[in-house]
Ligand binder design. Structure first.
Ligand code: ZN
Length: 103
C-alpha cells in the first residue's frame, strides 16, 4: 500500500460509518469495506473505492457481508455505488474544513 492510499484509508476511518451517517448517527467508528462488484478477474478493488462501515453494518447480522450485498441493497435502499458517492461527498466536506477549500 502506498503512503497516499494509507492516508486515504485514514480519512475514511475519520468519517465513520457512512450508513450510520445516513441513519442520523454519524461518527460511528468504522472498518473499511472494499466493494467487489465490477472488479472482476480476481482484481482487487481499489482502496479509493472503499467505504467506511461500522462492524455491525460491515459484517454483523444487518451488515453487507452478514446479509449479502443484494439483501443489504434492498433493505437500506442504497447500493455500494450510492454509499461510495456519499463517502466521497463527506471526504470533500472534510477536506474543505481542513484546508478551507471551496467547492
Ligand atoms: Zn454503521
Amino acid at each position: 500500500m502506498t503512503k497516499d492510499e494509507k492516508q486515504h484509508l485514514n480519512k475514511l476511518s475519520a468519517i465513520g460509518c457512512v450508513l450510520c451517517h445516513l441513519q442520523g448517527t454519524p461518527g460511528t467508528p468504522a472498518e473499511i469495506h472494499h466493494p467487489r462488484k465490477g472488479t472482476g478477474m480476481g482484481q482487487r478493488s481499489s482502496h479509493y473505492d472503499a467505504i467506511p462501515l461500522c462492524p455491525e453494518h460491515h459484517r454483523g447480522n444487518t451488515g453487507i457481508h452478514g446479509m449479502g450485498v443484494k439483501a443489504f441493497t434492498k433493505h437500506y435502499d442504497i447500493d455500494e455505488a450510492g454509499l461510495l458517492h456519499i463517502t466521497r461527498r463527506l471526504l470533500g466536506a472534510q477536506q474543505e474544513q481542513a484546508y478551507g477549500w471551496k467547492a
